[in-house]
Design a protein around this ligand. Structure first.
Ligand SMILES: [Mn+2]
Length: 470
């Protein structure tokens, strides 16, 4: 085996590993990433440098890592999606060569690439990502940079739990070199705060290129929700419903999901971040599905709540209608200039009135017992995306994408009539804010209970699938 590997390594080094074919053609362009670096640079203070690291790899099982997920800031600013990288952005041009950015990447290595996949390397980062100054990570330590001459060194929080590894191109070594070069003994909150502020102010406003990907990731997530609405029945397991989403995401080219899917029946739907998805039967309960794909880095975040048997009971319908009405009330104020906090205040108000009317609560303050979360968050590269929130004066701006996701959750043993127990409802849509109105990007998946019941009557191609019994 070892000999065979050596032969392969030898052959690979002679012939070079083939560049990959049949790749998607709708990735963000190098001009997009260049433009984001320019925008970042414009917000940097005079005589400063920003240092951006890739995310660490994480252990899944012994010598097996989780599927690698790039640091969204690194991806946004460079397009580089591999581990063990560091990006320097300078406010002013440096040295006689007048460079204002440097990228350190993983070195090309035929043997390693045979085991763990293709690497862009220096040439790839130049041709595909548009950088002029690219070096291998192992050269970062020797790279001549005097951090002390800058008025400000801007960097993100450095994780403290990255495994020690003395290979010079490993992330641990990159962190170590940076800390020693910059004389950092403990994290400087003003630096990390500034990094957060700049990246948040950029990422909260989506560019046209990002909007193309956002529309796609939300649209295909809606198709997945609709397919489950057609396919679901009381005998289906939560896990299988989850699997239909995953299949459809991948069918449309999504890399996976933007967060751990929440697929919970009945009482499980009342657990806000339920992730086990392991009930073997949904039964005649409501199924709450908070599932969104990640497409080329961009996450959707869509929740639909459906009756497994195709028909809402009177109690389920009453709760569902309150959540729907809360969402509609919030939509009405979705536009530039609305205070962000008004979204949740509006949702809370409608839900409190609705719950009082049904006799579930008597004091409006108790609304938090059944609606314990907020109504909205930014959405983009992170499902809970970066954006600036400075309290009540923070206003919505054009081309922000915010979720609108009111919910009511009545777990068993709640202090109300037990006919309401085990009802958990959330409806979540992804809203593009416009100057005078909004666009619901997740409009393709029905929200009205009547429309959900109508769609549930249709057959799904998943109903026809037959697998051997085991
Ligand atoms: Mn959400």
């Amino acid at each position: 085996m070892k000999q065979l590997l050596l032969v392969f390594a030898f052959l690979a080094s002679i012939f070079q590993i083939h560049s990959q074919e049949n790749l998607p053609t709708d990735y963000l362009t190098k001009e997009f990433h260049q433009g984001r670096r320019e925008a970042f640079r414009a917000l940097m203070p005079a005589n400063s440098v920003a240092v951006v690291f890739s995310y660490p790899e994480r252990v899944f099982s012994r010598d097996i890592d989780y599927t690698y997920h790039a640091n969204p800031d690194m991806y946004y600013l460079s397009g580089y999606k591999e581990p063990d990288a560091v990006l320097l952005i300078f406010k002013e041009a440096q040295g006689p060569e007048k460079y204002n950015e440097v990228l350190f990447v993983r070195e090309k290595n035929a043997t390693r690439e045979m085991w763990t996949g293709r690497r862009l390397g220096i040439e790839g980062a130049k041709s595909k990502l548009g950088f002029s100054n690219v070096y291998n990570g192992k050269d970062f330590n020797a790279f001549a940079i005097d951090f002390s001459k800058f008025d400000k060194v801007i960097y993100d929080r450095i994780p403290t739990d990255v495994a020690e590894n003395n290979s010079p191109d490993n992330l641990y070594s990159l962190f170590k070199s940076f800390k020693s070069k910059a004389g950092i003994t403990q994290a400087d909150e003003t630096s990390t705060g500034l990094f957060d502020k700049i990246t948040s102010s950029l990422r909260e406003i989506k560019t046209p290129e990002e909007l193309v990907l956002m529309r796609k990731t939300v649209k295909l997530s809606c198709i997945a929700h609709n397919e489950v609405m057609k396919a679901v029945g009381p005998d289906m397991s939560e896990n299988e419903a989850d699997g239909i989403h995953a299949y459809i995401h991948k069918h449309y080219g999504a890399e996976g999901e933007g967060y751990a899917p929440i697929v919970g029946a009945g009482a499980n739907g009342c657990i806000l971040h339920y992730w086990e998805n392991n009930a073997t039967k949904i039964d005649n309960q409501l199924l709450l599905m908070d599932v969104g794909s990640e497409y080329h880095g961009y996450s959707a975040d869509v929740t639909r709540t459906i009756p497994a048997n195709g028909k809402f009971s009177e109690e389920q319908k009453a709760i569902y209608q309150i959540v729907y009405d809360a969402q509609e009330a919030v939509f009405k104020i979705c536009k530039e200039g609305t205070p962000l906090v008004a979204l949740n205040e509006t949702a809370k108000d409608v839900i409190a009135k609705g719950l009082i009317k049904l006799g579930i609560i008597t004091d409006p303050k108790d609304v938090k017992l059944y609606y314990p979360h907020g109504c909205s968050h930014f959405l983009g590269l992170d499902v809970h995306d970066k954006g600036i929130f400075n309290g009540p004066q923070t206003l919505i701006k054009e081309n922000m994408i915010l979720t609108v996701e009111p919910g009511i959750y009545i777990p068993p043993n709640s202090k109300c009539d037990k006919k309401w127990w085990n009802i958990g409802v959330r409806i979540e849509d992804d809203i593009l804010m416009l100057k005078d109105s909004y666009e619901n990007l997740s409009i393709d998946s029905p929200r009205k209970w009547q429309d959900i019941e109508a769609l549930a009557k249709q057959k799904s191609t998943f109903n026809e699938m037959k697998f051997p019994k085991i």
